[in-house]
Design a protein around this ligand. Sequence first.
Ligand code: FES
Ligand SMILES: [Fe+2]
Length: 371
Amino acid sequence: MQPVQITGTYPLNAWYAVGTDVEIGRHLLARTVCDIPMVLYRRFDRVPVALEDACWHRLLPLSAGKLRGDELECGYHGLVYNPQGQCTHAPGQDKVPSKACVRAFPVVERYRLVWVWPGDPEKADPALLPDLHWADDEEWAGEHSLIEMACDYRLVLDNLMDLSHETFVHTTSLGQQAVVESPFTVTHEGARVKLERWMIDVDGPPWLDMQLKLARGLAKTPKIDRWQIIHFEAPSTIVIDVGVAPTGSGARQGDRSKGVTGSVLNTVTPESHGRCHYFFQYSRSFALDDRGLTADMKEAIFRIFMEDKDVLEQQQRSMERMPNRRLVDLATDAGSLWARRAITAMVAAEREGATGGPDGAPAIQRAAANV
Ligand code: FES
Ligand SMILES: [Fe+2]
């Protein structure tokens, strides 16, 4: 096994989404995860494969080659690799060199995403996958999207942990003054952070008004109680329980039957310096069979999140122009600060583990215990 390089601002011993289920198929897809170029495809039996995207011989990206059944043929001198990354054929050679191989990464397909583990394969336990079950639960409807972001993955997480930005960035869909003015609570435990905000007896923003009208058959929306309950799980997954219900109908006490609930699924994969892959989905819990509505809502939420892309990429460029300036914090940053602490602890624990940490416990569990 090759040594695990720990060079970045992200843990390597974690599951990261690398593609949606429909993106990865019987073709070669190149995608970089945590500075590691990978090539992805499906075997004939549909099982996904992730190999390092550089041929053992002269480092040509294997994604420039061809699929030969379940194996991958390099597009330069024809070395062939099996799904385990072992070279099985070397044209013009009597014997395949015994060292001829490329890294094969642990892969799991779940929640309609394909996940890879870029770190130590011995630690790749599927039980450590973040929970995004809404994506394939029959009580929910939605579709994943991907936006390639030219910003550090933690800026996307900051953005999701502090939804006060909705008031200023998403003015025509999600924003309203109440978001920035309503109090919130933050709790944290190990690698998880939870932030909860309720807006009571307010007008609903257009995105949620539309859903409440559709779901409940209302001609006009009443004053509403609106909630945002953000669940972060280190290193980079955030699920946001959102919704509205007519004021006083008991949503805050637990009865959401008069309202409408959505689940915003987000997972962000570091790509390389200042770049990340942002996978997201808005899952709704009404009109589940309406595929046209699913497509419309996917398109609408994509446009809304492109507003975030614009802001975050400007922020990244500004930070790079001023590398010595520190970011300062406001009260609304509490959630993102705890999230960043959890990530930092994971990275630190992994560095310790990579150099023979004190107790030999898996890095993620120790990180969780330390936060
Ligand atoms: S670079 Fe791949 S076979 Fe030579
Ligand atoms: Fe946003």
